[in-house]
Write a protein that binds this ligand. Structure first.
Ligand code: PLP
Length: 377
């Protein structure tokens, strides 16, 4: 059994994939060829945004809007600590300061109370200027965008959705782009919508920002290719990856449905012995990870028992960012980040992908139940 099985999807769409890759090899436009724009248009329809700029990966996708907005030294960018390093990393590239915010225990997403306190604290200290909030749709579940938008409006802050895990997630049928100034995503192979290498995209309804992103993507180019109007990056999406993504996007909506069916099944079969992710009926997650919280026994011991029984699990993330060597010096929200720290010690992600068979899922469930109940006995 694999933790994420990419071969099942490949086998399903193999003929179309092979043909799409062959078309690119035949036409030879490997850099910004026609598939890149075709994919950007299709992704815009899917995500219900006006502008999509394909790019090199999900990390560069986060950096690009900060570059366009001119975020730099003296600017505070609020990020959750319980996330992948990229979310905070890019803030430091421009000399700005990431300010770590705690998350909610129930959703694993940015805590509004902690964010509010962090913003007040920065304002009181007076040495940094609040500029941007980067919310993460952790494990595929949307952050609380209606309230985040309100708070950002109050303080004149940009709102970024790091949807590397949550592209396609909805609340009341709306995706992150409905609220966020910009949505960024990653097509790393193991993400819900992945390509066959590195890839990413930046999505926005703001035409001016989109123009800036197109410029940043190619070294800050202006109308004249050799008059760069800003300092940019080399952050293009490969044509080959766009061709792969066009095929994968076609089956993505069905895959999200399958992921939700599997998650609901896990919830029903495990909810009595571990803390399972409960969504409200208005929410659809993309289930980048199906993550439980283990209170009744040591998380690492449970993972080890499951491994011995042939069931792979993973820990996202064993340390929050503020607990990591490179990030220790950056400010945290007042009162510290107790929830992030507790989650790092208790979360466990189970095998999850759209093609997980009923028998494999039954095996995950029975091994997990045995491990937890044997411990309790
Ligand atoms: C994967 C991920 C990224 C980075 O994406 P890459 O394509 O690997 O650069 C950023 N943020 C989050 C939350 C992620 O999960």
């Amino acid at each position: 059994m694999s933790f994420i099985d990419l071969a099942a999807q490949r086998d399903l769409i193999r003929t179309d994939l092979d043909a799409a890759i062959k078309r690119v090899v035949d036409h030879g436009a490997f850099i910004l060829g026609p598939e890149v724009n075709e994919f950007e248009v299709e992704l815009g329809k899917f995500a219900e945004v006006d502008h999509v700029v394909g790019c090199s990966n999900g990390t560069d996708a986060l950096a690009m809007p900060l570059r366009v907005w001119g975020i730099g030294p003296g600017d505070a960018v609020f990020v959750p600590s319980f996330t992948f390093a990229a979310t905070a990393e890019i803030v430091t590239w421009f000399g700005a300061t990431p300010v770590f915010v705690d998350v909610d225990a129930a959703t694993c997403n940015m805590s509004l109370a902690s964010l509010q306190a962090a913003i007040q604290d920065v304002l009181q200290q007076g040495n940094l200027k609040p500029r941007v909030v980067i919310a993460v749709d952790l494990f595929g579940r949307l952050a609380d965008y209606p309230r985040l938008r309100e708070l950002c409006n109050q303080h004149g802050l940009y709102l970024v959705s790091d949807a590397a895990q949550g592209l396609g997630a909805t609340s009341n049928g709306l995706q992150a782009g409905h609220w966020a100034d910009v949505v960024t995503t990653s097509f790393f192979p193991a993400k819900p919508l992945g390509c066959y290498g590195d890839g990413g995209a930046v999505l926005t309804n703001n035409a001016e920002l989109a123009e800036g992103l197109l410029s940043v993507r190619v070294h800050g180019k202006g109308k004249d290719k050799y008059d760069n109007v800003r300092i940019g990056m080399n952050a293009r999406l490969d044509t080959l990856q766009a061709a792969v993504l066009l095929q994968k996007l076609a089956v993505f909506p069905q895959e999200i449905i399958a992921r939700n069916r599997i998650a609901a099944q896990y919830n029903a079969l495990l909810g009595d012995i571990v803390q399972v992710p409960e969504l409200s009926p208005q929410e659809v997650s993309t289930w980048a990870q199906y993550t439980i919280v283990v209170h009744s026994m040591d998380r690492d011991e449970l993972a080890e028992r499951m491994r011995q029984s042939g069931v792979p699990t993973a820990v996202y993330y064993p340390r929050s960012l503020h607990q990591q060597t490179a990030y220790r010096e950056f400010p945290c929200a007042p009162g510290g980040l107790p929830v992030s720290e507790a989650l790092s010690a208790t979360v466990l992600s189970l095998p999850m992908h759209p093609y997980l068979s009923q028998s494999d899922q039954a095996r995950v469930v029975s091994v997990l139940r045995q491990s937890v109940l044997r411990k309790a006995a």
